[in-house]
Each structure stands twice: as C-alpha cells, then as structure tokens.
Design a protein around this ligand. Sequence first.
Ligand code: HAM
Length: 417
Amino acid sequence: MKNIIQNIKGTKDISADDTFIWQFVEKYINDFFTKYGYSEVRTPTFENTELFIRSIGGDTDIVSKEMYSWVDQGNNKLTLRPEFTASIVRHYIQNQIHKTNPAYKIYYSGSSFRRERPQKGRFREFRQFGVEAFGSKFPEQDAEIISMAYNFYKNLDITDIKLELNTIGSKESRKEYTIGLKKYLEKFKKDLSETSRKRLDSNPLRILDTKIDFEKEIIKDAPKIIDYLNKEDKNHFSCTLDFLDNIKIPYTVNNYLVRGLDYYSQTVFEIQSNLLGSQNALCGGGRYDYLVEELGGPSIPAIGFAAGIERLILALSINDVIFKKYPDIYMISIGDNAVKYSFEIADTLRKNKKLYIINDNMRRTMKAQMKDANRVMAKHVIIIGEEEIVSKQLTMKNMETGDQEKISIENIIEYFK
Ligand code: HAM
C-alpha cells in the first residue's frame, strides 16, 4: 500500500521557513518584466494533449516520455502543461490577439510538470516563469528578449552566468543544413547511440545536443549551420549580436546549441550557471516564427524564453539572508492580563506602523518565548508582565544590541518612527 503521508517523488513542499524567498522572487518577476512593458497572462494548468504534441514535437523527450497525460470521464485526452509556450500560443490564436495588439508582450509564472528523473535542480513539478513577444520579426526583439534574460540574473547579483547563443536558421536554411549534417553523420551511424540513430531520420539537429562523450567527438567535425544560412538569416543573427554588443551583454556563440523542443527557428539561447551542478541551465528560449501558423493562426513571428524558479532560488540561496524578512517585534507576555494587553498593543502597532509583529499565543514561559524570539531573529522584544501593566511601562529589548529600556505605553508608537 502507498504511504499517503509522503509527497510524490519529484514534488516538494515549500515550507513556512522558505516562502520568503519565493515571495521575493515572485515580486521581482512582476516588477522586472513590467519595466520592459510586458503584462502578465495566466492560462490553465492543463490543456488538450494534442496541443503539446503539435507544438513541442512528438519525437522530443518531453512529449515521448515526460508528459502527465490522462483521459478524463468525458473521454478527453488532457495533459498537465510541461511548459507554457504552447498554452500562450493557443491563448494568442483563440483570442485573435493579432487583430487588437500587433506587438503582444507577455510574461507568466506557475507550475509545469515533466516526468523526468528527479535530481538536484530537476523536479517533476517545477515552477517556470517566462516571457513571449509576438509580432516582431526584427533583431531588436531578439536582443530585447535575450538582454532581459541576462539582466534578470545580473540584477540579482548572480554573477556566475554564461549566455550561449546560436541560430538554427529559417526553414529554408535548415533544410540544406539537415541534408549536409545527415550525410556527415551517416558515416558514423554504427557508432551512434540508439537514440541518436533514431534521430538521424527524425531530427538530426538534435544529435548536436548530445551529452555522450564519444558522440561529442563525432560532432566536433560536423558541418556548422552558420555555413548554410541564407543571406537574410545571416544578417538577422549578426544584427542581433550587434544589438547585444552595443549594450555590452557578454555572450558566446555555440554553433552546437540546439534546443530540446521542435518549434524553434533562427535565434536560440541558454543561460547556464556553474552554481547549479549538472542541471546547469537557468533559462532557455528562442524564436518560433512558424508555430502560430502551424497551430492554425496567422503567420506571426514570436520569440521568448522560460526559466526554472527552483534553479533561480538554488543560485540565490548562497545569499539568502539578504532576502529574509525578520520580525520587527516579538511580544512576550507573562500572565492572563498581559496576554490581553500585548494582543491590543500588537494590533495598534500593526495598524499605525505596518510593523511585522509576532504574538506568542502559547502562554509559554518567559524563557521559552525569549528562545523563540531568538529563533525567528526578531529585531525587538517587548516584554509585558504584571509589573509593566501596573506601571504602564513596557520593557523593550533591542535584540541586536542587547540594550533594554522601559518605555511608556503612550510613547510606543513614537518609538518606532
Ligand atoms: P526549457 O528549456 O524546456 O524551455 O525549460 C526552460 C527552463 O525551465 C530550463 O532552463 C530550466 O531552468 C527549467 N526546467 C525545465 N525542466 C525542469 C525540471 N524538470 N525541473 C526544474 N526546472 C526545469 C521551455 O520550456 C520553453 N517553453 C522556453 C521558451 C519560451 N522558448 C520560447 N519561449
């Protein structure tokens, strides 16, 4: 029998001691993307399975082995979103947004689900945030998205980051390249892994992304897409790089960067960090100029990226103290009258001063309450006992300096100015 008092493998609780950093990140996401003129969109957590198959691609790892799919009571094939782009494109087409908003720029955040092998930085339920911009085919849009991703981490003082870029060209350029690449890889067919042998027919570009050492050796001498690009594609990529150079965004061009989802075209990119261990991708994205049309909408170019919040928090956790909010006051009350009294004082202070105040509510000993005030790292402790009530003087202890003083109840609001 299953142990029901056990969370599902690959999921996790975010406990009361950890939510402060999540709240900080969620606020940062909202503020950061709003500054660039992107508005938040929220879509449902599940969609028709077919939407993900047709967007992400049937041969990809996500669709072939990682989706949480089921058939509901009404015989509908449904899937928990493994990513947001497909849902956002569905939302864009369904609401005919191109008619009212030719330059649609949005951001999102929420849970995504992939049945991957759990490890550090890799979960089966994880939170993603991301941005998508519809309507512009121009390189300044690529540069805006890429620089947003880069600055997002840089502004948080995550310095150990590496931005890698590539172009996989338009359909036309890619067709030529795929023929060249396939011809080269055919020579090594017997040496390739089973997965790569299958991909040789279905999607040879994905073999470039191999993690297997001996395949990496083979790839080293493979033809590069950059040599197969038509003039327009070449120009698009070099202009994108110019925009990035002008605002001093450092990057490396990695000719073998291909992303694990089928909808990409032209610019693709990833930001990695060594802080993360083997799952080192902080975020990834690129153009998907054909997807809106392929899903039945008009021909509208688009570009975006998405990032894992757990991985961001892992990178931030080194500095976590900076983000933690500590209580301004811990109210210690000894005796029934003092409990009532401190309850009222806390209420008055919260209303007047917007302070973060903890009431013990456990009627514990003075020693136990003081221990708890230390545990939560309260900045001040207010002690109220019979003596304080009679004298109308509270005992205030500054927990940072250790100083203790008596303060008249009338002056308590003033004290916190
Ligand atoms: P992706 O590379 O599959 O792209 O995922 C983006 C990011 O989500 C990764 O870089 C990683 O930080 C995080 N992530 C992915 N899988 C997991 C996991 N199992 N556990 C924890 N974090 C994970 C996309 O999803 C595309 N929709 C990005 C995009 C948006 N392209 C254009 N627009």
